[in-house]
Design a protein around this ligand. Structure first.
Ligand SMILES: [Zn+2]
Length: 278
């Protein structure tokens, strides 16, 4: 705190404006605010993970929408992927290293259709991007420290590069919730954080009519999240009818390696994050 206060002497009895120029006053207030955030215990970042909400970045109204499918752990929903192939619907698949190793047949089908599918990083072992001993999201333990987070991100990326043949540029953490410091670290490693705006299947727990109902709310710019790792769920059935209806409504599916995303619930400086291939 010493560093924050020594450059400027001021009295709390007189209005700040009379004691220093406006710019200096503003700088001081910002530093005091940052100091308060850093010195709060427990730190604020440790209290509330953020679920990042994104839409497709576009200066004008768009008909583009993005379907993203998470492959966390578990099996391969071949009904869902075969449906997408049959109907030429592009999708972005967020796969963990764990899932890739367990599903060689799924990997082979995806690799044969890289014109439709963009494979991106969902981590090595599906560990949420929250930092600190004992921290959990939906009952899943987070990372003990930043070193482990870096390993989760980079080992997931390495597995995709080796097994799919195309290096990923987007990251989606397990549970899609993040500490602000985890977001900063993942972006520093060169990955964009891929959020979403429509949760189509609530972790592959919804029945077919509920998935269809969620998809009825999709509009241009939306990023849909669903799951491709639970073939026993209703996700494939719900998406099959719902996605065809979106096509009939004139919406156009794009992959995340073709667009940038704009966060709708992050501070302003993180609003626009163009994809790395633009
Ligand atoms: Zn997941």
């Amino acid at each position: 705190m010493q560093l924050l206060l020594t450059p400027t002497k001021f009295s709390f009895c007189k209005p700040l404006r009379q004691q220093m120029p406006m710019a200096a006053a503003r700088r001081l207030l910002v530093r005091l605010a940052v100091g308060a955030l850093c010195c709060t215990y427990p730190p604020l970042w440790a209290q509330t993970p953020i679920e990042v909400h994104d839409v497709i970045a576009s200066a004008t109204p768009t008909r583009n929408i993005a379907l993203t499918l998470d492959a966390c752990s578990g099996a391969f929903d071949d009904d869902l992927i075969e449906f997408l192939i049959r109907n030429r619907i592009p999708a972005t698949l967020f796969a963990t290293k764990k899932w890739l190793l367990k599903n060689p047949q799924g990997v082979a089908i995806i690799k044969a259709h890289l014109d439709l599918f963009d494979v991106e990083d969902h981590g090595e072992n599906h560990i949420p991007a929250v930092i600190g001993a004992g921290r959990k999201v939906y009952g899943i333990a987070g990372e003990p420290d930043l070193l482990h987070l870096r390993q989760e991100v980079s080992e997931g990326a390495k597995a995709i590069t080796e097994m799919i043949g195309v290096p990923p540029h987007w990251y989606r953490g397990a549970t899609a919730e993040y500490d602000p410091q985890a977001i900063a670290e993942i972006e520093r490693m060169g990955f964009g954080i891929a959020g979403f705006s429509i949760n189509a299947d609530s972790g592959a727990t919804l029945r077919k009519p509920a998935v269809e109902e969620r998809l009825r709310h999709v509009k241009g710019g939306d990023v849909i999240i669903a799951h491709m790792n639970k073939p026993a769920s209703d996700t494939a059935e719900g998406l099959s009818t719902g996605l065809l209806q979106l096509l009939r409504n004139g919406l156009v599916f794009v992959r995340l390696d073709q667009v940038g995303l704009s966060a709708t619930n992050l501070p302003k400086e993180q609003l626009v994050r163009p994809s790395s291939n633009q």
